[in-house]
Design a protein around this ligand. Structure first.
Ligand SMILES: Cc1ncc(COP(=O)(O)O)c(C=O)c1O
Length: 400
């Protein structure tokens, strides 16, 4: 894909490095899920993990059925944003439920999805007694992700219970009071064919449990791109069969699809030179502001790049790590020191994973609203760095 025609005419207005959230893109993603909620009767939760950003969460609270958390801290944020008014659902799943946190989780969450039969036996009764609807995470055993590091269905997976074990535990009476089933097995799926295949596999393995009348809801997780006219038939079939055949409420908990397009990482070129004949541009951002660039070794898009352009430039990050590189890009003219470089589609799993390696500050946060202009939301300063290092009681003489 070329981003040649795409512009970010607001880029020169931000102080770099910057993470810019365009709320108009969040609204467009919410429109796509509005149709899923209306036409299919699915309930949609936003999974906070790719981006915890108040300006996104506030819009989602109004237009979705709730939030999905992956830790006590995420659950606390989600509850603060949702408030305590009824009608919205806060769900959590994690492999790490700590006994000392269960009471607080029970206060905060409507659904708690336990990750193993042992956890169910230890925690389900206490949660139910506090009014929580308790679910179990399944490992449907149908791999959809080629990179094993991200595959919840990998052999020996720590995420969820394999279907045969669920069936056996149900027969033993270990799952009494189970109200929900949950699975999340995809990552970046463009079509929902894998989801439909997974639903079929779960129905095949757990038809008896699903028919037993105790299961009130099934949560199909996230891991897919936005529903579109082209891909929605499989999603529709997956949702409707569970609703109509088993009378289950169906939940989706997308994360990245709701925020990916809304996020931009904006940097300035701080140095340009040739190294071994290659042009290098040093930026004031780093792959540590988008750690999956390094983890996956993928090359994010840059506005203005086109593979047919004549000037190849390696975009390098600000840190001492020699592999702190975004990749090679081609431009019509080589960038100059001071130019803005804009990485689009950076809303998911960037800021949420970003860190302060080398003391390079996290990006400043800007939000674009209806008027199309960026508004500063938060500047990341030396004081934030000091607080992180617990230097707050140390005399700060250096700043005079
Ligand atoms: C349990 C669960 N639900 C939802 C999601 C959201 O997935 P995505 O951001 O790919 O839509 C994840 C991502 O890891 C997850 O682990």
């Amino acid at each position: 894909m070329t981003w040649e025609g795409q512009r970010a005419d607001w880029a020169h207005e931000v102080e770099t490095p910057a993470f810019v959230l365009d709320t108009r893109a969040v609204d467009r993603a919410l429109d796509a899920y509005e149709r899923v909620r209306c036409d299919m009767g699915a309930r949609v939760l936003y999974a906070l993990k790719p981006l915890v950003h108040l300006d996104a969460l506030a819009r989602m609270r109004a237009r979705l059925d709730g939030f999905a958390a992956s830790s006590l801290n995420e659950a606390r944020v989600a509850r603060e944003v949702l408030g305590t008014a009824g009608g919205k659902t806060l769900s959590i799943t994690t492999p790490c439920y700590r006994p000392q946190e269960m009471e607080r989780l029970a206060e905060l969450c409507d659904h708690v999805v336990l990750n193993s039969v042992g956890q169910y036996v230890r925690f389900a009764t206490g949660l139910r007694d506090r009014g929580v609807s308790v679910g179990l995470r399944l490992n449907p055993g149908l791999p959809l992700v080629s990179d094993m590091r991200y595959d919840p269905c990998r052999p020996g997976s720590k995420l969820g219970v394999v279907l045969t074990e669920v069936g056996a535990a149900h027969e033993r009476g270990d799952l009494d009071g189970l109200e929900g089933l949950h699975f999340h097995t995809s990552s970046d799926g463009l079509t929902y064919d894998g989801l439909l295949a997974t639903v079929r596999s779960v129905r095949g393995g757990l038809d008896g449990l699903l028919r037993s009348g105790t299961v009130r809801w099934v949560n199909l997780g996230g891991g897919y791109h936005l529903p579109t006219d082209e891909n929605r038939a499989a999603l529709y079939d997956a949702v409707v069969v569970l609703r109509e055949r088993y009378g289950a409420e169906v939940y989706l908990e997308p994360g990245a699809a709701l925020v990916r397009e809304a996020g931009y990482l904006v940097a300035s070129v701080v140095d340009m030179f040739t190294s071994g004949g290659e042009m290098v541009a040093v930026l004031d951002t780093t792959v540590n502001h988008a750690p999956e660039v390094f983890e996956y070794q993928y090359r994010p898009d840059v506005l203005g790049h086109d593979s047919d352009h004549g000037h190849a430039v390696t975009m390098a990050g600000a840190t001492c790590l020699s592999g702190d590189l975004f990749g090679e890009y081609r431009f019509a003219a080589p960038p100059a020191i001071g130019d803005c470089i804009v990485f689009p589609q950076m809303g998911a799993y960037t800021l949420a994973k970003a860190h302060w390696f080398n003391g390079v500050a996290l990006p400043n946060l800007y939000t674009i609203g209806e008027d199309g202009r960026p508004r500063l939301r938060r500047r990341h300063t030396y004081e934030d760095y000091r607080a992180r290092l617990d230097l707050k009681d140390y005399p700060n003489d250096a700043d005079g």
